[in-house]
Design a protein around this ligand. Structure first.
Ligand code: ADP
Ligand code: MG
Length: 676
């Protein structure tokens, strides 16, 4: 399909259109109305309903400029049924002139009860000269931008509806199987619905025409992501197959058996690694589901195949914990794990860099220092990113560039709801650990008003006396690290005064890495019983003996954060609890968030409700897919997302010409914008 640019648009208008993302004729066709105004009927003035917009036909009785309370044009009009005041607070002399007594007007606006009876402020009006027929379609109101009048948009869109190719992009049999209306009919109906169509239902997007457009949009997304997926497969990557010498050895030495879910995802990953194209897989598993051991197996597989593997974590605490855990597991197998962090001395970093560069070290764990320092891998085969949602796009891309053709595994405990995984993430393969290791007791969640804080302090005392440990998470203070720090310090001091018999530790983002490590070490060894912390402990920290989590000002935290924090406990066999202290008054969303976290333990369900609460933008905010957010489709419509996915697969396999036309319609303008 040849690219059709916008005819009839002046350069100025073209710029405005571009600001709305409208570059091609197809873009205009897909610029759908927000709502409609019904100009197909004339309402008698006496039948006007205050608060509702309507169209009238009336004759001007008088037009005067009033000066009180401020300068304004006041025009009285009448039809056979009654009188109406039109009020203009801003007006041109030309308007005053047009509103001559005796002039016949067709006007549109919202009627209000005013001081002098019914009135309309700033009605849209036109002087009638002949018997002009009423339009037969509802009048669309489009999303627009300053300086681009509705009338201009309407004209351009009406023209695009004639000039643009509205041909069907779905294969016939698919269309009839789906029972959707065809494209041309749908867009025509949505831009200019015949007067019989219910404007309300259209505006609420309840007509099958909307469904067709939403389907097309999802389909375009699926097609382009699946194409990206196929393009990746065309690239090469080292085949990481192994004889199991190391992986089997690790498995036989672990103090536990893999869960069935861990077993399954490990096989999925191993199968990918053995392919000659780069894996791009997302490993999802709720907090505590045991992703680390799966990562360790994948890293060993790389070593078995004579390659290197890198594991990157978003915080120093987490990276170091991974490094300790991996070292403990792998040292008995005679495998050394290198460690690289931003806080190491220059010399140290350089020495590690050199070993990695020479290929002497096969495995390396680190923070983003791994990508920021100039580490040149000798033969990187696998790059793993833990808690991938915490990394910026730039960091992820940089790691990708390190090992030009490395396999990639991203791990995340922030579950991506299924529909989101199927749509925005359709270019990734996803493995899910949907089972927790046995012997865990579910965490009991309690919502407690901050007024009862002293009871919670007493509970901490009792618990720690019994040999268990607890976390106390300080209130989150958005946008002020200094204040956050101060609060953490104060919380620590208060608790130390209230609980003098306990050893209390404090950990926050500003501690030096060795100080931080010392505190964590003390907590792991149960020398510290109560750990006061900021959200630095949000991700990954694993101390099974800790069985109580207290979160102050829980109402300030996001759902994903609360779920992550709660996941720090319930890792051992002891019964665990999470206490959410909240301060009144609660905002409506805070109340909803607390209810969701209270009622649900399943991370996927929490994520689903979070998606409902916040919309997909937040979830994919950091993701740069080159695709716009969905404008028409609703991700909660799982059935439609699934239908689009199936259709995409079918079309890619059997209807390549349709694929091309469909993508041209939906993405040509987008590509143009990205180029600019
Ligand atoms: P996450 O998925 O949150 O990263 P971890 O990998 O930190 O979880 O695992 C949580 C805890 O569960 C760790 O102490 C880990 O050693 C342990 N674990 C992992 N797999 C199993 C299993 N199959 N059986 C028992 N414990 C396990
Ligand atoms: Mg983890």
């Amino acid at each position: 399909m040849a690219k059709q640019t916008l005819q009839g648009a002046t350069p100025l208008v073209a710029d405005k259109l571009k600001a709305l993302g409208l570059v091609t004729q197809a873009d205009l066709v897909l610029h759908l109305p927000l709502r409609f105004e019904d100009e197909t009927r004339i309402t008698p003035i006496a039948a006007a309903v205050p608060g509702e917009s309507a169209q009238f036909e009336a004759t001007v009785v008088s037009t005067e400029i009033h000066f009180r309370p401020r300068r304004q044009l006041v025009c009285r009009v009448a039809d056979a049924s009654g009188e109406l005041v039109l009020r203009f607070l801003n007006f041109y002399p030309s308007q005053q002139k047009a509103l001559q007594p005796g002039a016949r007007l067709r006007l549109f606006g919202e009627v209000r009860g005013g001081f002098w009876g019914s009135e309309i402020i700033h009605p849209r009006f036109r002087v009638l000269h002949d018997d002009e027929p009423l339009p037969t379609a509802l009048t669309p109101v489009y999303p627009t931008t300053a300086g681009l009048p509705q009338a201009t948009l309407r004209k351009l869109i009406a023209r695009a509806l004639i000039d643009a190719d509205l041909g069907e992009t779905l294969p016939d049999e698919l269309l009839s199987r789906l029972g959707l209306p065809d494209f041309a009919t749908s867009v025509r109906a949505l831009h200019a619905p015949p007067s019989g169509l219910d404007a309300e239902a259209l505006a609420r997007r309840q007509k099958p025409y909307w469904r067709r457009i939403a389907f097309d949009e999802l389909l375009a997304q699926q097609l382009s992501l699946r194409q990206a997926y196929a393009a990746r497969r065309a690239k090469g990557a080292p085949v990481l197959a192994g004889d199991g010498a190391l992986t089997e050895k690790l498995l036989s030495r672990l103090p536990f058996r893999l869960t069935a879910a861990q077993e399954r995802v490990w096989h999925e990953i191993a199968a990918d690694l053995a392919q000659p194209w780069p894996m791009q897989r997302l490993l999802q598993g709720d907090v505590g589901s045991g992703k680390t051991v799966v990562a360790a197996l994948a890293m060993l597989r790389a070593v078995e195949a004579g390659h290197q593997a890198a594991l990157m974590a978003p915080t120093e605490i987490l990276a170091e914990q991974h490094w300790r855990k991996l070292s403990a597991w792998l040292a008995p197998l005679g495998i050394e794990v290198a460690w690289l962090s931003g806080s190491q001395r220059k010399k140290e970093k350089q020495a590690i860099s050199e070993k990695v560069g020479a290929g002497e070290t096969a495995l390396i764990v680190g923070t983003h220092a791994l990508i920021e320092e100039a580490v040149a891998f000798a033969r990187l085969g696998l790059a793993i990113v833990d808690e991938q949602h915490r990394f910026g796009v730039r960091q992820r891309l940089a790691l990708k560039q390190k090992g030009v053709q490395a396999h990639q595994l991203a791990m995340s405990a922030t579950p991506i709801p299924r529909t989101l995984a199927m749509s925005y993430y359709a270019d990734l393969d996803v493995s899910v650990i949907d089972e927790l290791p046995p012997g865990r007791t579910p965490v009991v969640t309690k919502l407690v008003s901050a007024a009862r804080r002293h009871e919670i302090v007493a509970k901490v005392r009792e618990l720690c006396r019994a040999g268990r440990q607890a976390y106390w998470v300080c209130p989150l203070i958005e946008d002020s690290e200094a204040l956050q720090l101060k609060t953490a310090q104060e919380t620590f001091e208060h608790l130390s005064a209230e609980l003098p018999e306990l050893n209390i530790g404090l950990v926050h983002g500003r501690l030096k890495p060795d100080e931080k490590a010392a505190v964590m070490e003390g907590f792991v060894r149960n020398e510290i019983q109560l750990l006061v912390a900021t959200t630095v402990i949000e991700v990954g920290v694993d101390v099974p003996n800790a069985s109580l989590m207290v979160i102050e000002h829980a109402e300030r935290f996001g759902l994903a954060q609360l779920h992550q924090l709660r996941g720090r406990v319930g890792r051992g066999a002891a019964e665990s609890a999470c206490i959410l202290l909240f301060e009144q008054p609660l905002s409506e969303t805070a109340r909803q968030r607390l209810r969701i976290i209270y009622e649900n333990t399943d991370g996927f369900e929490i994520a689903r409700q979070d998606l409902h609460l916040r919309g997909p933008g937040e979830f994919v905010g950091a993701r740069q897919s080159g695709l716009p957010l969905l404008r028409f489709a609703d991700l909660e419509d799982t059935a439609l997302v699934e239908a689009a996915r199936a259709a995409a697969e079918e079309m890619l396999a059997r209807h390549p010409a349709h694929v091309e036309r469909h993508l041209a319609r939906w993405l040509a303008g987008r590509a143009e914008l990205l180029k600019a």
